[in-house]
Write a protein that binds this ligand. Sequence first.
Ligand code: SAH
Ligand code: CA
Length: 213
Amino acid sequence: MDLINEQIQHYAERHTSTETDLLKKIDRDTHAKVLMPRMLSGHLQGKVLSMLSHMIRPKCILEIGTYTGYSALCLAEGLQEGGKLITLDINEELEDRVRTYFAASAFGEKIDYRIGNAATIIPGLTETFDLVFIDADKERYSLYFDQVIDKVRIGGFIMADNVLWSGKVLNAKPDKDTRAIVEFNKKIQEDPRVENVLLPIRDGIMLMRKVSL
Ligand code: SAH
Ligand code: CA
């Protein structure tokens, strides 16, 4: 289920600055050649991520769930001079494609792309993050939050994508992924360390600001 009326979605896209040619190409290639192209952030959400990143001006970003690199390139647009973005994905089949895209972008040098299970990589990261984007396997959202929260500076931001899960969060009999998302949203709502707003953009983005240790 698309949560936003299709005509409104198109109207919003027509009044949103256009994507770069590279992002257009990634979108096209992903739809033509990659499984589950719906996972790609796309024009409107990508521009939201870019805009938020420009507002935050992060020095260090962590992305969990690279897929074909679309959201990573959007988030990287707001990096400070000398900043970097670490992005993690378990799917090695996409690696060559994604490395080509990053190399063709203006941010190739700033992006540290690592293949592996995020849940095993994150505990070894020593960076302090200004911005974290959680967008990998939904059952682990709560775990990822627990793993990153102490690595985010006070005043830093965490965003989690797909928190409305096509509206399934309202289902009386939720499936496994839906249950995980519902529990995650509840956990965030109750956690005094973060101030949060659930933005009903595309599939729902939980935006969190760390306010205390
Ligand atoms: N952020 C991308 C979309 C990510 S799709 C965008 O907006 O364009 C979700 C990705 O999470 C998939 O590529 C999948 O391979 C990855 N993923 C799933 N489980 C993972 C895990 N345990 N560790 C790292 N990545 C994982
Ligand atoms: Ca997503």
